[in-house]
Design a protein around this ligand. Structure first.
Ligand SMILES: [Zn+2]
Length: 182
């Protein structure tokens, strides 16, 4: 999870969200109205990466990327169109987290958040581990790893694969690389 700087709320969301939220509360159906535009703004904040596992997201229009409600819309209906509650996310992380929420979860745009303060990569297993030394709140990292499934076999395999590609200089720039913490 790489730090993300949240940009200003898009105009179309500011003007539409009250009505769209009311519609959602009434019908239970989420209608983004302009999903492509919203995803474009969300993806711009992470340079096209999943805000959580930092894998690279596919182009808009394919199955990935999805829109994450950090606080799930099933329980926090009034936050369904809340800009601060929305993140670009890959199918893996979204599907794993699903409707789960925990106050301990870390956000990539949390004030002062730095990857190295919370996570480290085990170079042998390619699993992400919480940083425990000097970190009284390491269970926040542990909770984030568990709820987003960072150490599920497919993500661990992807990190191992990308590491091998990095060793072969397959990426021209860090910006385009999956898992920028590698
Ligand atoms: Zn992800």
């Amino acid at each position: 999870m790489i730090p993300m700087k949240r940009t200003a709320e898009p105009e179309f969301l500011i003007s539409g969200k009250q009505k769209w939220t009311n519609d959602f509360i009434k019908t239970g159906i989420i209608n983004w109205h302009n999903r492509e535009l919203l995803l474009k703004d969300l993806k711009a904040m992470t340079k096209d990466h999943c805000a959580f596992c930092d894998d690279v997201l596919s182009p808009i229009g394919s199955a990935d990327p999805e829109i994450e409600h950090f606080k799930p819309k099933s329980k926090y209906k009034d936050l369904a169109f809340d800009w601060e509650n929305l993140y670009p996310i890959c199918r893996h992380c979204n599907g794993t987290k699903n409707d789960i929420f925990d106050d301990l979860l870390l956000r990539p745009d949390e004030l002062g958040y730095q990857y190295n303060n919370w996570f480290r990569l085990d170079p042998n297993s390619f699993e992400l581990k919480p940083v425990k030394a000097g970190n009284k709140y390491w269970n926040r990292a542990e909770t984030t790893i568990r709820i987003y499934g960072f150490n599920k076999p497919d993500k661990v395999g992807r990190r191992s694969f990308v590491s091998a590609e990095l060793a072969d200089n397959k990426y021209l720039s860090k910006d385009f690389q999956p898992f920028r913490f590698l």
